[in-house]
Ligand binder design. Structure first.
Ligand SMILES: Nc1ncnc2c1ncn2[C@@H]1O[C@H](COP(=O)(O)OP(=O)(O)O)[C@@H](O)[C@H]1O
Ligand SMILES: [Mg+2]
Length: 269
């Protein structure tokens, strides 16, 4: 089967300073890949490169095939068609995806209307309201009608992330890219969001690129991991192998740091 995302020899730099070096990764339909590494290792830039969202100040070379289409150098119109339908993003900070001045229902309606147009349908009026409510129910938001009438600041951070996930799902993407989707949330809410993503990805047979500096979170949701350090891939493999028998010192230090933190918090790892 053709890979949904196939990155080959990706190099990113700014003003000649390398940020990501010769990175290659691929994700097949339905596959779940974790991208881990400390802050500043190049995870977000890699994710942005995957969907053509890189800032103009970043120089890029290599190949990024998303749904079989070359992203590097592609026109905005081509990228617009891929975004949302082939791949959709969930960001660390849900407010990135939300307009503070617009009721949430209207915001969720936008990608739903886009999907309907794509499928040659017209979605409006009560049918659209119903589709919004259904989508909010699918991300397990209580009282979806109330949430639809609310503004972003009127609901909690965890609820905002659920709304952002709903919007990412609206166009039924084949690949969900979640960049530190739980990092801004408290520990209990983090676990709930991971569980939600896990369920949604499974039900919808989506592929997942899950990005985090937090190993225990990644371990619970992906099959395979790539470990990034200062833009260089230092290790990759099945998640169980990499975490139980890390080969690289850097991976060992990440695993050790995660275990120490877990012990400090009273965990058992
Ligand atoms: N727009 C930008 N211009 C220049 N450098 C950037 C830009 N965005 C990120 N960087 C740098 O690239 C490196 C990788 O950043 P990033 O991918 O955001 O790391 P991570 O997501 O792993 O924390 C960092 O050193 C960061 O300072
Ligand atoms: Mg990042």
């Amino acid at each position: 089967m053709t890979d949904l995302l196939d990155i080959r020899g990706l190099n990113l730099s700014t003003l000649g300073a390398p940020l990501v070096k010769d990175l290659s990764l691929s994700i097949a339909p339905g596959e779940r890949l974790g991208l881990i590494g400390e802050s500043g290792s190049g995870k977000s830039l890699t994710a942005m490169a995957a969907t053509g969202l890189l800032p103009r100040s970043i120089e890029k070379s290599g190949s990024v095939l998303l749904g079989g289409t070359q992203v590097i150098g592609a026109a905005d119109g081509v990228l617009d068609r891929l975004r949302g339908t082939v791949a959709a993003f969930v960001f660390q900070e849900p407010l990135t995806a939300l307009d503070p001045l617009m009721r949430l229902g209207r915001q969720v309606a936008e990608p739903l209307k886009r999907r309907a147009r794509r499928d040659g349908q017209d979605l409006s009026g009560t049918a659209l309201d119903r589709a919004v409510t259904e989508l909010l129910e699918q991300v397990a938001l209580p009282q979806p009608e109330r949430i639809a009438r609310s503004y972003p600041h009127e609901i909690s951070g965890g609820q905002r992330q659920r709304v952002a996930i709903a919007m990412a799902l609206a166009c039924r993407p084949q690949l969900l890219i979640a960049d530190e989707p739980t990092t801004a949330l408290d520990v209990t809410t983090q676990a709930e969001i991971v569980k939600l993503l896990d369920g949604l990805v499974r039900e919808r047979n989506m592929a997942l690129l899950f990005i985090s500096h937090d190993l225990p979170v990644v371990a619970g949701i992906v099959d395979r991991v790539i470990v990034l350090r200062r833009g260089v891939t230092v290790e990759q493999g099945p998640v169980g192998t990499v975490f139980s028998a890390p080969r690289h010192d850097y991976t060992r230090s990440l695993v050790f740091a995660a275990r120490s933190l877990d012990r400090a918090l009273g965990g058992t790892a």
